[in-house]
Write a protein that binds this ligand. Structure first.
Ligand SMILES: C[S@@+](CC[C@H](N)C(=O)[O-])C[C@H]1O[C@@H](n2cnc3c(N)ncnc32)[C@H](O)[C@@H]1O
Length: 297
């Protein structure tokens, strides 16, 4: 998926869908604050963003980072995210590549790596190992890796029931809202269900069954398109569960257990410093801010 030159049409498609991505897919103020807290204490950090997540790159720039480098393998997404930026990204070095490719020129170059869902998009444990092995080279001793991840929970996410409940609640509570606010609430409901589908499609070991997740999401998309057939809400359904969703194809593949994750992290000379829950969505304790500190050599 190494796309070197952005395609204008693909970038436009991503931008078109973007306004329909709500919380918790998009990191909100609490998630951004958790990353800021994770890297606090490092003055003017050199930051590596794993993925072109606009909120995190803007945060690094706002912290007056000495260096901001982002790695994203999707050149179209990277270009779309640059256009969505709230800050001036002219000083951001963007590398279009897979995080799992080791780059000698980045050795000992960063005080912090940040990401939104980075390891949820890596298979556990093999890709986690690969990436922590690489980050050990990139991050200087005392530096941190701060990401938001989805972890395995005891509680199951019953996707069909949750979707029925959420839509019934929306129909009841959203009826009298002004259109802008209504769309906002609708967007967040879609984001909640989309993130819930990751947990719903994970097996007992935390591996996400991608085909199962796609089929669950496709079915819900058809049902929601029938139920909300017009205007912005129909567009939002398309962006999160329909054709437009495929404009920025990203697949969550693992929900690790925290204890197993700790084991892998420690193999590479890092320490799991904290792993605080971030809200209750899609399930309490599922989504956490993971702060991992690189030990001294
Ligand atoms: C980790 S995804 C998560 C979605 C996230 N909530 C967001 O929108 O910021 C963010 C970015 O990571 C990129 N990405 C996913 N896997 C990658 C990989 N193995 N190497 C490089 N970039 C990757 C995607 O292209 C996407 O733009």
């Amino acid at each position: 998926m190494n796309e070197q030159r952005p395609s204008a049409e693909a970038v436009e498609r991503i931008l078109k869908g973007w306004r329909y991505f709500g919380h918790p897919i998009r990191p909100g103020p609490a998630e951004v604050a958790a990353v800021e807290k994770g890297i606090a204490g490092i003055d003017r950090p050199r930051v590596l963003a794993l993925g072109a997540t606009p909120e995190l790159i803007d945060l690094a720039i706002g912290l007056d980072a000495r260096r901001v480098t982002a790695i994203d393998w999707n050149g179209n997404a990277a270009e779309a995210m640059r256009r969505l930026a709230g800050r001036d990204w002219s000083g951001v070095e963007m590398i279009i590549a897979d995080w799992r490719e080791r780059r000698e020129e980045l050795a000992a170059s960063f005080d912090a790596a940040v990401g939104d869902g980075t390891f949820t998009f890596m298979g556990f444990p093999d890709d986690w190992r690969l990436l922590f092995g690489i980050l050990r080279d990139y991050i200087v001793p005392g530096g941190v890796v701060v990401t938001r991840e989805t972890f395995r929970t005891r509680e199951r996410f019953d996707f069909t029931r949750r979707a029925e409940e959420a839509t019934a609640r929306f129909d009841e509570n959203g009826r009298d809202l002004p259109p802008e606010k209504r769309l906002f609430v609708f967007r967040d409901m879609l984001a909640y269900l989309r993130m819930g589908s990751v947990i719903a499609a994970a097996d007992g070991t935390g591996v996400v069954d991608i085909a199962k997740r796609r089929s669950m999401c496709d079915q819900l998309g058809v049902e929601l398109a029938r139920r909300y057939p017009e205007g912005d809400m129909a567009q939002a359904v398309d962006a999160i569960f329909g054709k437009l969703a495929k404009a920025r194809p990203i697949e969550a593949v693992s929900t690790a257990s925290m204890e197993e994750a700790r084991g892998v992290i420690e193999e590479f000379g890092f320490r799991l410093e904290s792993c605080e829950p971030l809200g209750d969505l899609p399930l309490p304790g599922a989504v956490r801010s993971m702060v991992v500190r690189r030990e001294e050599d």
